[in-house]
Every structure is written in C-alpha cells, then in structure tokens.
Design a protein around this ligand. Structure first.
Ligand SMILES: Nc1ncnc2c1ncn2[C@@H]1O[C@H](COP(=O)(O)OP(=O)(O)OP(=O)(O)O)[C@@H](O)[C@H]1O
Length: 879
C-alpha cells in the first residue's frame, strides 16, 4: 500500500446555494478546477485555492459522488481493514444529504445505503470458500453522551479500551444482518431515534454526531484464516456559529457541546499534523475517543467536507476548507485485522522455537562469560556473548571486560508500541502496567458513566420536579386567582342576596299593606255594595209601593169600573140609615107604604147582596186566576233566581194557606149572614101577614134593623177584610210582577226607568264610586298578583342564588382542600428532593474524600445483548 493510502483522504463537496442564501443576497464565490481536485475561493475575506483528493461541485449526483469518492473503501473493509468516513461541515451544508440521503430513492440515496449495497454485493461476488457475518450498530453522541440509537434507553454508554480489541463502546447493541433490506430497517429505526431540531440554517438539523458501524467478519473456509473489517460512517453535527443559527436555550447548550467536541476533533487533528506534539488529546471528547483509531490509528479514513458555495457563508466555508486542509496530512497506520491460519501459525511456532534455542544459547554464553569474569579472568570484547552469535554459533562465555547490558526485548517491544503512538496521552508504561492502566481506566469510565447516568437521572428528576413545582405554582396562582374571583363573586352574590332579601322584605311589607288596603277596600266595597243594595232595595220598595198603589187603583178601577159597588154600598148605607131613622123617629108604627118601600129596599138589598155575592165570586175567581198566574210566575221565578224562589215559595205558601182559610171562612160567614137576613125577612113577612101587633112589628123591625146593622157591620168587616185581602193579594201580585219585571228587565233599564232623579244621581255617583273602587280593586288585585309573581320570581332567584352560592362554596372548599393536598404533596416531594440532594452531596463529598462510592444503579441495558443476534441468522455462506 502506498503512503497515500495511509494518509487521511479528504474530499470536498459543495452543495447548491439554498433559498436562504439567495434571499440574503448570497452569490457563489467558489470556482472549480477541471482536474476535480482544486477549487478557488473569491470571497471578501479570502481569495485563494484549495486542493483536496477530490472536489465535487454543487451539481454532483449522489451516485457519482459515491463512485468517485468512497467506493474503494468498501474493498478495504472486505479486505480486513478498518475504515472511517466522516462528514464535516457547517449546519445545512449537506452532511446528512451526503451520508444518508433519501434511502428509498434510487437517485437521492446517500453514501451509507450505497456502501451497504456494495458490501453485500462484494460478499455475494466473493469466492465460495468465504463465510461472512455482518453486524451493524448505530449510535449518537449527544451532549457528550453516547446514546444507542438501536436501543435508545441506553443513553450514556461508556467507552472502553482493551489491548486486543482497541477502543469500543461498551454495551452498544450490535445487530446481525443478512440483507440490504435488514440494514435499511435498522438504519430507519435508528434514524427515527435521532435528535434533530429546527435552526435558522436547517429545518431538520442534526444536533448530535451519529456513527453507523458495519462490521464484516469473514472466514476463509479453505485455510481457516479469519479477517474482520469495521467501517464507521460518521455524520457530524453542524460546525455552526451560534449567532447565525439562532441557537438559544437548550439549542445553545447543544451548540456549545457540539463545538466542544468539534474543537476537540480540531485539536486532535492539529496534534496529529503539527509534527511536534507528543500528546494527542483523544480523551478530551467522546467523539475523538471513538474516532481514535480513525485519526492516526488503524483505519483507512476518508473525510468529506461539506461546504456552501455562497458568499453568505464565506466564513464557515473557509473554516471548513481549512479544517480539511489540516486533516489531509494526518497519517494513519492501517493494517489488516487478520488471524493467522494453522499453517502460518505452525511456521510461526517453528520460528519461535528456533528463537527460543537461540536465547538458550545466548543465556549459556552469558553464563559462561560471567563465570570467566567471576573467576578473575577477562574476556576480549570480540568474544563477548551476543544474540547474533547465540543464533548462529554455540554459546561462548563473553569477555569479562565487556559490560553486560543487553536490552530487554519485551520492554523494548512495549516501548516500541508506545512510541508507535506518539500522541497517546497514556504514559509510556511497561506492558503489564499498561494493561493495568487500561483496566483501571475502563473501571473508572464505567463508574463515571454510572455516576453520569445517575446524575442525569437526578437532574432529570430535579428538572421534572422543578417543572412540577412550576406547574403547582401555576396551579396555585390559578387557584388563588379563582379563589379571589370566587370570593368577589361570592361577595357580589351576597350583596345581591341581601338586596333580594331586602327587596323581598319590602315586597312582603308592600304585600301586607296592600293586603290590608285590599281588606279595607273590600270592607268598604262591601259596605258600599250593601248601601247600594239597600238603596236599590229602597228604590225598589219605593217603586213597588208606587206601582202597587197604581196597580191597586187600576185593579179597583177594573173591578168596579162604573162605581156600582160604591153606589150600592151607598144605597145599603142609605137604607140602613132609613131604617135607623125609622127606628129612631118616635117609634111610630110603619105604614103599608113604608113597608112596601122597605120591601122594595129589602129586595134591592137582596139584589145588592146577590151582586156582592157575584162580586165575591168574581173576586174568588179572580183570586184563583191570580193564584194560577202567581204559580206560573213562581215557577218562572224559580228558574230565574234561587234566593227569590226560596223566599217567595215560603211567603207565598204561607200567604196562600192563610188567605184560603180567610176567604172560605168569610164566604161561609157571608152565607150565614145572608141566610139569617133571609130568615128575618121571611119572619117579618109571615108576621105582617098574620097581623102582628105594632109592638111586635117594632120589635121585629128593631131586630131586623139590628140584624141588618149587624149584617152591615159584618159586611163592612168582611168587605174590609176582603179589601185587605184583595189589597194583600194585589200587593203580592204586584210584588211578583215587579220581581218578574225586575228579573226580566235589565238592571240598567230599571235604573233608567226610575223616576227618582236624586236616587239616580246617587246611584250614578255610587256606580261611579263602585266603578272606581272596582278599578282600584282590579288594580290592587293585579298589583297583588304581579307582586305575587315578582315575589315568586324573586324567591326562585333567591333559591337559585342560594344554590349557586352553596355550589360555589362547595367548589371553593373543594379547591382549598385540593390546594392543601397539593401543597402537602408538593412539600413532601420537595422534602424528598432535598433529602436526595443532600444524599447526593454527601455521596459526592465521600467519593471526593476517597472514603467510598455511593450506590448508583447501573444503566439499564434493554434489548438484545451484544453477542445476540436479533433472531436473524446473520451468517452468509456464499455458494
Ligand atoms: N448536494 C446537494 N444537493 C442538493 N441539495 C442538498 C445538497 N446538500 C444538501 N442539500 C439540501 O440542503 C438541506 C440541508 O442539508 P443537510 O440536512 O444534509 O445538512 P447537514 O449538514 O446535515 O445539516 P445539520 O448539520 O444541521 O444536520 C437539505 O434539504 C438537503 O436536501
């Protein structure tokens, strides 16, 4: 292998100007030489050329870039070399595009998919005597911690170094794969776990350094020899300037850490290339420690520097190009990682055996020489024992004058090994010491990792608690605010409640007063109604009386239209007067003429009585007629007015009974009187016919006169009774008629027909009053009902408010209880945190004082162990 192959190969790839650069007025400042190795920068700050192993301009396709820059490294890996490809450049310069690209797109897939394809292609193309196993691992270094992307919960893996194995990440999951597709799946799985963030320069900026490792082990089945090649594909985080990326907060912290590891990378490259450094600071960062073998060690390394061609990023591009220029001169010492075949081992054994014989001879020669010197002799210098002589000739005792100062080959070998890595900070140690040192270093690294993990867990817990605390505080503030609001609301409600209660009381008072006023008005109204009804009654009575009189007159006029009864009554009275006169005039004896006159008059009287009888009959008839009419009216009235009906029924029934008795009795009496009168007349006629004496005649006359007077008085009484009866009946009839009329006619008509103006006036006044009072009463009733409604509404509102207040009070209480609980919880958590912090501090001080280490849990190692495959065979035997 030429020396060139041991140098780090640096290729430079420019991407096209991006939209931001164009927007910011950036212009391309890079021109490209046709030889594909040189480019020229024409910037404001710098103008000059850069030469690399290859330079790829912006329009370079992914395939071309792979074929021209990286493809040979696949053959190296298959050949048993370690290889490294890493991409360096500012954020957004195209590192991920170059390394990974779009693996599902044939045109845009990047180097890693193409390398994988190429490896599997080479395996398939290799001789059938070769057996391969391929395993992959994927990790990222984020914030100076190694995270397993295939098992992301392992986020702080330690780096170990062993003499035989070199530098490796302990606990990293390695997955055996047997096809390109399986590798793709693994890559996608790991890619999804990568930490990316938005920056001004790149919407999906990698915030970590990712390292994808493919290890190809191969066994030559024909001679038993084995080889292994390990290819590390590194996509570095952006070497950005903080200001330009707009990094802040966590991103700023990231940027600082990223810059730290990148500057450590720069320092390693400087130390490796300045030609004078004896110490290479690999251990200054995780990145450089992992890449230790790739930079100046057992690896064939290609560095891809990704650049922007734009004037907008001149400074960053210049930095990247200079970084590439420095790296160019790093020299590696790549060797094949092979184990010897049995034949080779046999040869080696043979050689070792002959060497052992030589040593034995040398030792014997030395012993001989020592013996000579001890016995006081001397050995000439040319005869001194030496290895050369021991290997070729039998051992001769050395010349005693020559000092025995042979070099210890083991120490020499160790020294040589150490010297071969002049930059390693490990002091030059004896072989055993170095092993001890590495062992101790590994232990300490483990412990550091454990402590870091524990610390990170504690920090995480602390930040979570802080967050929780913040949340509690926020909650507390919110609750306090709510409480305040509630209190205000509660006060408002209380005020409203008081107002409503007051209004309610006022309403009740108003209601009471209105009720009282209503009662008073009702009483007044009742009194007015009563007086009105009294007045009406009085008016009615007056009307009745008037009507009655009128009716009576009319009826009497009807009964005796020609005044016959009165005349006849007068005649009777006259006759009686005559009789009295006759009786009174000197008690003289009546002449025949006088008697005949008396007879005539008597006849007239008889007629008169007959007429009276007829009249009485007529009256009786009329009475019956009226009774019938009254009955009819009563029936009609019954239907019209219940109260009247009952009253009238009673009255009329009573009257009817009395009247019937009276009339019957009166008639009977009249008949009796008539009979007696008839008898008396008959007696008189008989006596006169039998020539009675004057005294007898006088006595008879006196008797007749008395009888007549009696009869007349009786008649008079009877007449009066009749008249009274008639009058009563007429009154009743009139009353009935009036009642009937009243019932028939409307009340207003009665009022209109009323003749009494004063009464009318009073009635009208009272009516108005009544109307007003009715209106007032109506209003009061309305007010009353509306007040009742308002009171009901107010009561409902009050009830609702009371409920709301109760609910709010319950909520308030609930919130206060919650707050208290949360406060208690928070206090407890705070106390726990304090205790833990205290514990951590004491542990730290203990460890610092060298007393003892605190008990920190080992990091979890989930997923499959390193030696396990993911269920895939992983072995590929070419047939
Ligand atoms: N050679 C190129 N041709 C076309 N587009 C490119 C090229 N290089 C990069 N890009 C585009 O530029 C953008 C940024 O690229 P990329 O993400 O690869 O940058 P990066 O260097 O990985 O950034 P970071 O360090 O922030 O992760 C992407 O959209 C990518 O597609």
């Amino acid at each position: 292998m030429s020396e060139n192959r041991n140098n780090i190969r640096v290729v430079c790839r420019f991407r096209p100007q991006n939209s931001r650069e164009i927007r910011e007025g950036g212009v391309p400042i890079i021109s490209y030489d046709e030889n594909g190795e040189t480019c020229r920068m024409e910037g404001k700050e710098f103008q000059g050329n850069f030469t690399f192993d290859r330079i790829f301009p912006p329009e370079t396709h992914q395939k071309f870039f792979f074929d021209e820059s990286i493809k040979p490294i696949v053959d190296d890996v298959i050949g048993g070399y370690n290889g490294t490809v890493f991409a360096y450049g500012q954020t957004g310069s195209g590192k991920t595009h170059t390394m990974m690209g779009d693996m599902d797109n044939e045109e845009f897939k990047g180097l890693i998919p193409r390398i994988v394809e190429q490896i599997f292609h080479s395996i398939i193309s290799s001789p059938s005597t070769m057996e391969y196993t391929v395993k992959v691992s994927y990790m990222e270094i984020y914030m100076e911690k190694i995270r397993d992307l295939l098992n992301p919960q392992n986020d702080n893996l330690p780096i170990h170094e062993e003499k035989n194995r070199g530098v490796y990440v302990k606990g990293l999951l390695e997955v055996y794969v047997s096809s390109v597709q399986e590798v793709y799946e693994v890559m996608k799985r790991g890619g999804n776990a990568r930490i990316v963030a938005y920056t001004n320069m790149n919407a999906e900026s990698s915030r970590s350094h990712s390292i994808f490792v493919i290890t190809v082990n191969q066994k030559n089945l024909s001679d038993g020899s084995v080889k292994s090649g390990k290819l590390s594909l590194v996509d570095l985080a952006g070497s950005e300037k903080v200001g330009k990326t707009g990094a802040s907060g966590q991103t700023l912290e990231e940027a600082k850490k990223i810059n730290k590891s990148l500057s450590a990378l720069g320092m390693v490259i400087n130390a490796l290339t300045d030609g004078k450094s004896t110490h290479i600071p690999y251990r200054d960062s995780k990145l450089t420690r992992i890449l230790q073998e790739s930079l100046g060690g057992n690896s064939r390394t290609t560095l891809i520097i990704n650049c922007s061609p734009s004037s907008f990023n001149e400074a960053e591009t210049l930095g990247t190009l200079r970084f590439g220029m420095r790296a160019k001169s790093i020299k590696n010492k790549a060797r094949v990682n092979a184990e010897l075949s049995p034949a080779e081992l046999k040869a080696l054994l043979k050689k070792a055996k002959s060497e052992a014989v030589s040593f034995q001879q040398y030792i014997s020669a030395l012993e001989g020489e020592v013996g000579v010197w001890r016995s006081g002799g001397s050995v000439p210098k040319e005869k001194w024992a030496s290895m050369d002589k021991a290997g070729s000739a039998p051992a001769q005792p050395p010349t005693p004058t020559t000092p025995a100062n042979p070099a210890n080959p083991a120490i020499e070998a160790a020294k040589k090994e150490m010297d071969s890595r002049p930059g390693t900070p490990v002091p030059i140690l004896e072989k055993d010491e170095r092993e001890e040192f590495l062992k101790r270093e590994n232990e300490l690294t483990d412990q550091i990792a454990e402590k870091e993990t524990a610390l990170a867990a504690q920090e995480k817990m602390l930040s979570e608690m802080k967050e929780e605390l913040g949340l509690y505080k926020e909650q507390e503030e919110t609750i306090t605010k709510e409480n305040k609001q509630m209190a205000t609301e509660l006060n408002d409600l209380k005020v409203q409640l008081e107002k409503v209660t007051y209004e309610n009381k006022e309403g009740s008072i108003t209601m009471d007063s209105l009720r009282e006023a209503n009662v008073e008005l009702s009483t007044e109204l009742d009194a007015l109604k009563k007086s009105l009804s009294d007045l009406r009654l009085a008016q009615k009575e007056g009307d009745k009386e008037q009507k009655k009189q009128e009716k009576m007159a009319a009826m009497l006029a009807e009964l005796d239209p020609s005044g016959v009864i009165s005349k006849k009554e007068q005649q009777i009275r006259d006759t009686l007067h005559k009789l009295e006169t006759i009786g009174g005039e000197n008690n003289t004896t009546l002449t025949v003429e006088e008697l005949s006159t008396l007879r005539r008059e008597l006849a007239d009287s008889k007629n008169l009585v007959a007429q009276h009888e007829q009249t009485i009959n007529e009256l009786h008839y009329e009475n019956e007629h009226l009774t019938r009419k009254r009955d009819e009216l009563e029936i009609r009235l019954t239907t019209l007015e219940l109260e009247y009906e009952e009253l009238l029924d009673k009255t009329i029934a009573e009257e009817e009974a009395n009247n019937n008795i009276d009339i019957t009795e009166t008639i009977a009496e009249l008949r009796r009187a008539n009979e007696e009168l008839q008898n008396a007349i008959n007696d008189k006629e008989t006596k006169s016919e039998g020539q009675k004496t004057v005294a007898e005649k006088e006595k008879d006359m006196e008797r007749i006169r008395k009888t007549m007077a009696q009869q007349l008085a009786d008649f008079d009484v009877m007449k009066k009774a009749l008249m009274r009866d008639l009058q009563n009946r007429c009154e009743k009839v009139v009353e009935l008629e009036i009642s009937l009329d009243e019932t028939r006619e409307q009340y207003n008509n009665v009022l209109r027909n009323s003749n009494n103006k004063a009464q009318q006036k009073k009635m009208a006044f009272l009516e108005r009053n009544l109307e007003q009072l009715t209106n007032v009463q109506k209003q009061l009733v309305e007010q009353n009902s509306s007040l009742k409604k308002e009171v009901a509404i107010a009561e409902r509102k009050l009830l609702a408010r009371n409920e709301r207040i109760q609910a709010l009070e319950a909520l308030l209480q609930d919130a206060q209880e919650k707050l208290t609980t949360q406060n208690q919880k928070f206090e407890a958590q705070l106390q726990a945190v304090r205790e833990r912090l205290e514990q951590a501090r004491s542990q730290k001080s203990n460890s610092l004082s060298g007393l003892s280490f605190g008990r920190i849990a080992k990091p979890l190692r989930g997923g499959m162990p390193v030696h396990e495959s993911n269920g895939m065979d992983g072995k590929i035997r070419h047939k």
